[in-house]
Design a protein around this ligand. Structure first.
Ligand SMILES: NC(=O)c1ccc[n+]([C@@H]2O[C@H](COP(=O)([O-])OP(=O)(O)OC[C@H]3O[C@@H](n4cnc5c(N)ncnc54)[C@H](OP(=O)(O)O)[C@@H]3O)[C@@H](O)[C@H]2O)c1
Length: 329
């Protein structure tokens, strides 16, 4: 059994320059965790929040002065190598995927057994690793929060990123009509994954044109509550996945509070949530991947030496779809 491993490690808060590839001890699983040898992980905007420690209120959980999480990467697909004493669902050799509390940008990680499921054999490790955080957010935003129904019209603001590319495909799988908002360079990609209508925000404005929606899944939070209300039908649901990030102390809280109040006054329902890993939603995603109803859009695959560049891209706010990481290469 390995005692050490390679990982991209960040020992202080900062931007990509705080990362170093280091040899560190292989983590020991507790009695409810499994030890996974990571085949692939992937980037999420979430990793950027943990790397920089912003918004600052996040540090109450992530460590006030120095980060508790040294190795980022909250998505994992890999092979179970050992199990804690109370683990009943997995055995060494199982290939699993799911969400972890960081660790994906290292060769081994310990993950809770109820945050992973068996990877269907026909699904590639890269596709499985691209899915958990973004796919869970899209499923929970559209299905659990908005209760999106077949035939309804959904507006997905921010359709080209991790969450957006899953949301477009999952909304189509749920039988909805999809209008997707993205920049010019992503129009063809977003159309190719099933969007019925694409609004290129460099040239058009979803607020103008008179279209009304049953659901708005907002992965950006760049518009005023009044603008959003103006495109929502009277019984519509607004789901806030994200909000502005200009103020590292408070954002996105003031925007979310203003939007919640305005939506209530206007009679629209407001939903804000933090996606969570659970077996039921991961199994649902596994089925969609197996059926190829959802095909993760992988922009590129990098080794540990590409992790710093991946963080820089995520920080730009314009990462396209998913960047997969192979920590073993
Ligand atoms: N609530 C939760 O539980 C939860 C879970 C996951 C993520 N999130 C949050 O949700 C957001 C999206 O996450 P992600 O992982 O999908 O991020 P991501 O992969 O970094 O994607 C961000 C996307 O936003 C798009 N974008 C930027 N400005 C835009 C604009 N003005 N209009 C439309 N699209 C715009 C970009 O596309 P273009 O290049 O085409 O502009 C980019 O593809 C992040 O803020 C993240 O923190 C929340």
């Amino acid at each position: 059994m390995h005692e050490t491993m390679q990982a991209a490690v960040a020992r202080r808060y900062g931007t990509a320059e705080v990362l170093a590839i280091e040899k560190v001890p292989v983590p020991a699983p507790n009695d409810r965790q499994v030890l996974v040898e990571v085949q692939a992980s992937s980037f999420n905007a979430l990793d950027g929040h943990f790397l920089t420690g912003t918004p600052y209120f996040l540090r109450l959980l992530s460590g006030l002065r120095t980060p508790k999480r040294l190795i980022h990467g909250a998505d994992v697909c890999g092979v179970v190598r050992a199990s804690g004493s109370n683990v009943s669902r997995f055995a060494p050799g199982d290939v699993v995927f799911g969400e972890c509390d960081g660790g994906g940008f290292g060769q081994f990680l310990a993950v809770k057994e109820d945050h992973i499921v068996i990877k269907p054999p026909s699904v590639s490790a890269d596709d499985a690793a691209a899915t958990p955080v973004a796919g869970l957010t899209a499923v929970q935003g559209l299905r659990s929060q908005a209760r999106l129904q077949p035939g309804e019209h959904v507006l997905i603001n921010g359709a080209a990123g991790g969450v957006g590319t899953f949301a477009v495909q999952i909304a189509k799988a749920l039988g909805a009509e999809v209008t997707a908002v993205c920049s010019t360079r992503n129009v063809e990609m977003v159309r190719s994954i099933g969007a019925d209508h694409v609004v290129d925000y460099h040239h058009d404005d979803f607020v103008v044109g008179g279209e009304r929606f049953d659901v708005m899944l907002d992965n950006v939070g760049n518009r005023t509550p009044t603008a959003c209300i103006s495109v929502l039908r009277s019984d519509a649901r607004y789901v806030a996945v994200s909000g502005p990030k200009a103020n590292p102390w408070l954002d996105p809280l003031p925007h979310l509070a203003r939007t919640a109040i305005a939506m209530k006054r206007a009679g629209r329902s407001f939903h804000q949530f933090t996606a969570n890993a659970n077996i039921q939603d991961l199994e649902f995603l596994a089925t969609l991947l197996e059926q190829r109803t959802v095909v993760p859009q992988i922009e590129r695959i990098v080794g540990l030496d590409g992790v710093a560049d991946g963080f820089t891209e995520i920080a730009s706010g314009h990462a396209r779809a998913k960047i997969v990481v192979h920590p073993g290469s």
